[in-house]
Design a protein around this ligand. Structure first.
Ligand SMILES: Cc1ncc(COP(=O)(O)O)c(C=O)c1O
Length: 385
């Protein structure tokens, strides 16, 4: 095998393999039930699969337009208007992306200049910091402190400098399951008023909010909407994480810059998936079912663990449940998660993986987007610990 003889000057010297790949591989190696990575183990709706098949056979197999198939962009614009009362022009303000990850990366690549500061909230989804660092941006961390993981707006204000270019937010929040309130959005709007700061709002779990709460999208807040790039993912909403189709919404001026980068990062996204999703989105109330589906799974999960030695942290949204394990073990969260996988056959994610300094609060994250059978088998094991 040939070898590159010179030292490789890494642009991401501290980045290794993501914890999601590590834990999924460990789960596979030990035949464990995988509640680590965030994907459903049940299939997409049959109508969507049929629509994909039909789209390929109808000849939708060549490059889509750079910004996405018009029929899908129009369906997305119609949906956000119906759900959030937000108006976007499908021609200029909506772009279909290869999943939310690409939308986030592209927004950062298009808008963050070398030396710009970008505020993110810890625990933080793993793609944000490397995307910022690859652009020469500086990542600035605001903390969401356990167990409630609520934002401290006075602390965020203290982090603002003239170099602050962007604030990345994520509600409903991975990994904590926290959901921001209308007051949070107002506090954010007050903070950024009069600045040129762009809000990058990762809303991939927008339809998974429980207990009668409402998803407070930045799209409900006209002042924030006017300075935000909003990102969502069909992977999460339609149980098709492997299709990697998502989208970004932004005012025309921001979207024009976004598209300049998008056309050279990916150019265009899998055409038949877009045609199929556009057709599927015509089904009335298709996304409203997610709330009941996942709230039911959350409740099964929480009820079973309520009598265990795990301490359940609040879960208002997403398909993740965080737990403390101090009553079971005094190990670090990573060691505990690995042992849980190896010895007890259930894989989880240590929440320290969502901190740049691997801060360990003794919390692990389970994904409950699993069939009743998978959840039942995992819970049988977890309650005995
Ligand atoms: C908060 C958050 N943002 C973005 C993504 C990535 O979404 P996609 O698979 O559409 O790239 C995920 C996936 O787990 C996520 O949890």
């Amino acid at each position: 095998m040939p070898h590159f003889a010179s030292p490789v000057r890494s642009r991401l010297p501290t980045v290794g393999t993501t914890i999601f790949s590590v834990m999924s591989a460990l789960a596979q190696e030990h035949g464990a039930i995988n509640l680590s990575q965030g994907f459903p183990d049940f299939d997409a709706p049959a109508e969507l699969l049929d629509a994909l098949d039909a789209a390929t056979r109808a000849g939708h197999n060549q490059y889509a337009p750079m910004a996405g198939m018009p029929v899908l962009r129009e369906a997305i614009a119609a949906q956000v208007e119906q759900v959030y009362g937000a108006r976007y022009d499908a021609a200029h303000e909506v772009t279909v992306t290869a999943g939310a990850t690409q939308a986030l990366f592209t927004a950062i690549a298009a808008l963050v200049h070398p030396g710009d500061e970008v505020i993110v909230f810890t625990p933080v989804y793993d793609s944000y910091a490397p995307s910022i660092e690859l652009q020469g941006g500086k990542v600035v961390y605001a903390d969401l402190a356990p167990p409630a993981y609520r934002p401290d707006w006075a602390a965020v204000k203290a982090l603002l400098t003239p170099r602050t270019r962007m604030i990345v937010i994520n509600s409903p929040h991975n990994p904590t399951g926290g959901v921001w309130t209308a007051e949070d959005l107002q506090a954010l709007a007050d903070l950024v008023r009069g600045t040129d700061i762009v809000v990058l709002s990762d809303e991939v779990y927008e339809h998974m909010v429980y207990d009668g709460l409402r998803h407070e999208s930045v799209m409900r807040h006209p002042e924030l909407q006017a300075r935000s790039v909003v990102v969502s993912s069909f992977g999460k909403t339609c149980h098709i994480t492997g299709w990697k189709v998502g989208y970004a919404l932004a005012p025309r001026e921001l979207m024009a810059e976004f598209r300049k980068a998008h056309q050279f990062i990916v150019f265009t996204v899998h055409t038949p998936s877009q045609v199929a999703l556009a057709e599927f989105m015509q089904k009335p109330g298709w996304h409203a079912q997610l709330r009941a589906l996942y709230q039911g799974k959350r409740d099964i999960f929480r009820q079973a663990l309520a009598s265990s030695r795990f301490e359940l942290l609040p879960c208002q949204g997403t398909y993740f449940q965080c737990v403390r394990f101090a009553a079971i073990s005094d190990e670090g969260d990573r060691a505990f998660a690995e042992r849980l996988t190896r010895e007890h056959g259930v894989a989880a994610i240590p929440v320290s993986a969502f901190y740049p300094d691997a801060r360990d609060h003794g919390v692990i994250r389970f994904c409950f987007a699993k069939s009743a059978d998978t959840l039942g088998r995992a819970l049988e094991r977890l309650v005995t610990l």
